[in-house]
Design a protein around this ligand. Structure first.
Ligand code: GRG
Length: 331
């Protein structure tokens, strides 16, 4: 009997609950260091016990879609999945700092700097970034050849740094607060050299570029890295890369929508902040309906793409369900 499952047989909750349990255990293990205590406490505070784990789920589910033998594949990919969650957590810590978005609440708890102070929050973020690389390189099983692992580590550095997430964050800051030229002066905590653009320059290319780099790059990496480590064919890698691209953009547009439509208890963070700070979001430029239309278009595109990919799991129900989850989530 074939190991492939149709979408109707597939139980997303069972799939994600099981994987999330393993992700939490592995993250706790990889962060079980205690010297100096304040640093590791601060790192653990932001990584453990919260978050949807979407990026790790994408990584593990992509690997499972390519290679049969779930347990072994999960074991091989877990260091990479956890490294991605560490990078993601560090980006949230830095994003919440007063010099960036200045947020008090994240994942339903006070933000890292509110608990540990700004200096430690900054350093915990720095440490998580490097610890992520350490875990990826040191803990990925030796069955993965070192040149493949090197290419994955290189791509993580690129997705995170000045070609990816950091570039997106700089663009995000550059295009935040634009209405009239005077608005730049309203944000006393913002580096004025980043606030020289006019609102008129906000267009689809700029918004897509911010979204694809700030959020999409790490999400795309979550899929690509799994494809690479699980030994996907070049055709599969190309298709999955496009799937990651679509999901990454859709995820951030859904985030833009939730900032307007969500409530504090469900989101675990303060809604309405994008609007208040005049962030360059899809909703700001195209409205709520424009954002919903784009999401519907991306969902259809993603589904069509997945149905044309020849994966071990046939119809790849987990990847299809994760795309829907990214788009229709409530937090
Ligand atoms: C990477 C060196 C380095 C610095 C960080 C601050 C910064 C540069 C980048 C910000 C990136 C950022 C926070 C993008 C927003 C992405 C986003 C929508 C986050 C929310 O992700 P969820 O909903 O969060 O998956 P959970 O809590 O579920 O994990």
């Amino acid at each position: 009997m074939s190991s492939s499952k149709t979408v109707s047989e597939f139980d997303f909750k069972i799939h994600t609950d099981g994987l999330r349990r393993q992700i939490e255990e592995s993250l706790a293990l990889y962060l079980s260091f205690y010297d100096p205590p304040a640093l590791w406490d601060s790192m653990r505070y932001s990584v453990l016990g919260g978050g949807k784990r979407l990026r790790a789920l994408l990584c593990l589910s992509t690997g499972m879609a390519i290679k049969a033998g779930g347990l072994k594949t999960v074991r091989t990919l877990m260091p990479c999945a956890c490294a991605i969650e560490m990078v993601h957590a560090m980006s949230l810590i830095h994003d919440d700092l007063p010099c960036m978005d200045d947020d008090d609440l994240r994942r339903g708890k006070p933000t890292n700097h509110k608990v540990f102070g700004q200096a430690l929050a900054l350093l915990a973020g720095d440490a998580l970034l490097m610890h992520a690389m350490d875990i990826l390189i040191d803990k990925t099983p030796r069955t993965i050849d070192r040149s493949t692992l090197m290419s994955v580590a290189l791509e993580l550095a690129r997705a995170t740094g000045a070609r990816g997430m950091v570039a997106g964050q700089v663009q995000d800051l550059t295009f935040t607060g634009l209405t009239a030229p005077a608005a730049a002066g309203d944000r006393a905590d913002t580096d004025s050299s980043l606030s020289t653009m006019s609102y008129d320059s906000l267009d689809v290319e700029i918004i897509e570029s911010i979204h694809r780099r700030k959020t999409g790059a790490l999400i795309k990496f979550s899929v690509w890295s799994a494809a690479k480590l699980a030994g996907a064919s070049q055709g599969q890698i190309d298709g999955l890369d496009r799937y990651g691209d679509i999901l990454g953009l859709a995820f951030q547009i859904a985030d833009d929508l939730l900032d307007v439509t969500g409530d504090i208890d469900t989101l675990g963070k303060t809604p309405g902040k994008d609007e208040a700070s005049k962030k360059a979001t899809w909703v700001r430029v195209f409205g709520i309906n424009g954002a919903r239309e784009k999401l519907a278009q991306l969902e259809e595109e993603g589904e069509n793409l997945l149905s044309g990919l020849h994966l071990e799991s046939g119809s790849s129900p987990a990847l299809s369900a994760l795309l829907k989850y990214a788009i229709h989530r409530t937090n």
